[in-house]
Write a protein that binds this ligand. Structure first.
Ligand code: FMN
Length: 183
């Protein structure tokens, strides 16, 4: 069955490691016949969540910025793929803003329903120690719990500093292609 896959990237480095992971995953998914859209969170003109909780009454966010586009994409996709470098042990601020703006979908009795049912996380970091991803994994798990997504796959690619470093670690790119094909 063909799925709609929304890949949200969060690195400001266009030729960076995480964007290459995203491209590999997307290539695999498209080769398997899925529809893929890549949304670069760095291009979104979007405020952070204002936190007044009014989205839980209204059913959607009241801010009229690129969050509207994010909402539309979340009501189109079957699968969400979050792609981020580790910044200070967490998501980049660009991805964090996206995650915060998913709050309308996390109401106890949500009036807003997104179509996403499954999720993936692709992450890169300079530190080769897998422990560097601990916070990120916890945040991703919380997102899946609150939004009732089934976590389908995670790639944690450590030991990557400079933008092209992943080219010397083809194993991560190959894993991403394979994961994309198995969506
Ligand atoms: C502001 C900033 C914070 C970072 N924090 C961490 C960190 O906490 N741990 C780590 O291992 N790497 C850290 N890094 C390195 C990046 O995670 C690493 O270079 C990653 O591969 C960049 O991915 P990209 O090429 O897709 O941008 C940081 C980089 C920046 C610019």
């Amino acid at each position: 069955m063909s799925k709609k896959v929304l890949v949200i990237t969060g690195s400001p480095r266009k030729n960076g490691n995480s964007n290459k992971l995203a491209a590999s995953f997307a290539g695999g998914a498209m080769a398997a016949g899925h529809q893929v859209e890549i949304l670069d969170a760095c291009t979104l003109k979007m405020d952070g969540c204002h936190g007044d909780g009014s989205c839980h009454e209204r059913g959607y966010c009241g801010l009229k910025d690129d969050g509207v586009l994010l909402h539309e994409k979340m009501c189109w996709a079957d699968v969400l793929v979050l792609v981020t470098p580790v910044y200070w042990k967490s998501f980049t601020s660009q991805i964090k803003k996206v995650v915060d703006r998913l709050y309308p979908f996390a109401a106890p009795k949500p009036r807003a329903a997104c179509t996403v049912k499954e999720s993936y996380l692709l992450a890169t970091a300079n530190n080769p120690d897998p422990a560097v991803f601990r916070c990120l994994k916890e945040e991703f798990d919380l997102l899946n719990t609150l939004l009732k997504f089934e976590k389908r796959g995670v790639i944690l690619a450590g030991g990557l500093g400079a933008p092209g470093a992943i080219d010397d670690h083809r194993e991560f790119l190959e894993e991403a292609v394979k994961m994309g094909m198995e969506v």
